[in-house]
Design a protein around this ligand. Structure first.
Ligand code: CUA
Length: 157
């Protein structure tokens, strides 16, 4: 098969540009210390030792500031600890999420709260509920036979 000289030049040019772009991306990501968006405050945890690892040794909702709360939640197949979460309206709530077994998805329907619960990692997201009411929390990551029954309730008072 004969390839025209100009075509060859363009093929080489394309490959070189691709290499250059990837190199630039890699150097940039490395120099900026970029990471996938997860775990700031708490870092890594041992999913088998959650019972003795703060804050997961005491899951629940705690007041951490004047108008700020922390909801520490462990997801497992197929449920949530604690099972029901109550927070006050108008307060900033920091959801601190991990999993004790497999990957789950933490979604509060009707809000922007949607993050993964990953064993060994801690994910945090903040949200302020403006009005009292009830919200559905569900697992949106397929996690096994009981996945579709994995949901609970969040009450805003
Ligand atoms: Cu947990 Cu799906």
């Amino acid at each position: 098969m004969h390839i025209h000289r100009l075509e060859k030049i363009w093929m080489v040019f394309g490959v070189v540009m691709l290499a250059v772009f990837l190199a630039v991306l890699g150097v940039y990501a490395f120099s900026m210390g970029l990471q996938t968006p997860h775990s700031h405050a708490y870092g890594k945890v041992d999913p088998e030792k959650l019972a003795e690892t703060p804050p997961f040794d005491q899951p629940g909702v705690y007041q951490v500031g004047e108008n700020e709360y922390e909801a520490v939640i462990i997801m497992y197949a197929f449920g949530f600890t604690p099972n029901e979460i109550t927070v006050p309206a108008g307060a900033k709530v920091n959801f601190v999420i991990t999993s004790s077994d497999v990957v789950h998805g933490f979604e509060i329907v009707g809000t922007t709260v949607n993050l993964m619960a990953i064993p060994g990692e801690v994910n945090v997201v903040s949200y302020t509920f403006d009005k009292p009411g009830e919200y559905l929390i569900l697992c949106n990551e397929y996690c096994g036979i009981g996945h579709q029954a994995m949901y609970t309730k969040l009450v805003v008072t």
